[in-house]
Ligand binder design. Structure first.
Ligand SMILES: Nc1ncnc2c1ncn2[C@@H]1O[C@H](COP(=O)(O)OP(=O)(O)OP(=O)(O)O)[C@@H](O)[C@H]1O
Ligand SMILES: [Mg+2]
Length: 341
């Protein structure tokens, strides 16, 4: 590392400079006056300044985007005046400024060298543009997977409804006409009655299967009627305390619905509860879904795939699922689903 002879460069043994220049991370040191005193090779590659250009320059002017400069300077001044350090010695994510004017995400730790006179702050920085891009891509692809799966479920439900279900309904109609033409005493009458009962059972089973795949009422009417239908079918009495009438994105509605469906199934299967309460409300950009029961509690959250599947679905949408289940005090499942409405 070479520096301008007049610059306030930190005087270090050449081996130490070589060590710092070999580091993959940017190492930038600054004095109490805010001027750069050390700018290693990684910092030069990342920010696009030579050491000669950087050393002696005002650090905030050089590397901090204009919108963050005042905050940076205030922080340094407060610290030097004896205030509690806000950013020292912990990892933070912030925006850096390159020589070409472009801004980029960095992770950073800043430390104040103990006992160093004059005061010396050393920052270790890493360009995390690639990581941020990869995270954004991963998030987008997880959302696409959830949405594609939901769309496929809606399609299967539609196909069942418009195809097989309709044909069964027509078949029942024909059988009823045939039955009407056969006298009660005829031996075919009993066979036709049996066939009709069997057909009714099959139709009900198919309807139930289609509803489990994706309830048409959710697509058509939204959460309120869909949850009402779910509550009406629940083996444990359910109070729908609060559910918005508003419509949300299909993936948000489907997630809220599946949370309630799984939670109510769990209440019926595991909780020995007398009743369950469902609350859905919009809170600070998220649709919050809560299902409480007054059952045995003590759920460990492990064992099955129901809650894990919900957890994955929520993570894909940038939301979260939590469960409180103190032994003997019932269980509360809470899902927060980001919604942009
Ligand atoms: N409301 C509840 N009350 C008591 N225990 C519960 C409740 N909900 C979940 N649990 C416990 O948490 C476990 C995990 O639930 P999860 O839904 O993930 O799996 P599961 O219901 O056992 O199986 P499935 O994969 O069919 O959903 C359950 O096995 C049960 O022990
Ligand atoms: Mg379950």
């Amino acid at each position: 590392m070479t520096t301008h002879p007049d610059s306030p460069a930190l005087s270090l043994p050449p081996e130490l400079h070589a060590v710092l220049d070999a580091a993959l991370d940017c190492v930038v040191a600054m004095g109490a006056d805010g001027r750069v005193v050390l700018f290693n090779a990684a910092a030069q590659r990342t920010f696009g300044y030579t050491a000669e250009q950087a050393v002696g320059a005002d650090m905030a002017e050089l590397l901090v985007p204009p919108s963050l400069r005042a905050r940076h300077r205030d922080g340094v001044a407060r610290h030097l005046a004896g205030g509690a350090p806000a950013v020292l010695d912990r990892r933070i994510e912030i925006t850096g400024l390159r020589a070409d004017g472009s801004e980029f995400p960095v992770e950073l730790t800043v430390t104040r060298l103990r006992g160093a006179e004059p005061v010396l702050f050393v920052a270790y920085l890493r360009d995390i543009t690639d990581r941020k891009l990869a995270e954004a891509e991963l998030k987008a692809s997880r959302i696409r997977i959830v949405e594609a799966a939901d769309a496929a479920r809606r399609r299967i439900e539609r196909d069942l409804h418009d195809g097989a279900q309709q044909r069964l309904v027509m078949l029942a109609l024909q059988l009823r006409i045939a039955r009407g033409r056969v006298g009660d005493g005829d031996e075919s009458a009993a066979l036709l009655d049996e066939a009709l009962a069997e057909l009714d059972g099959a139709t009900a089973e198919l309807r139930e299967l289609a509803r489990g795949i994706h309830p048409a009422v959710l697509t058509e009417g939204g959460l309120h009627p869909a949850l009402r239908a779910l509550a009406a079918r629940s083996a444990v009495p359910v109070v729908l305390q609060e559910v918005p009438d508003a419509r949300f994105a299909a993936s948000v509605e489907a997630t809220a619905y599946f949370v309630v469906a799984e939670a109510l199934t769990n209440v019926a299967r595991h909780a020995c509860a007398e009743r369950a309460t469902v609350v859905v409300r919009e809170e600070a950009g998220a649709l919050v879904v809560e299902v409480r029961d007054d059952g045995c509690g003590g759920a460990a959250g492990a064992g099955g795939t129901g809650l894990r599947g919900l957890d994955d679905r929520l993570a894909a949408l940038g939301g979260r699922l939590s469960m409180q289940s103190p032994s003997g005090e019932g269980t509360t499942i809470r899902a927060e689903i980001p919604c942009a409405s």
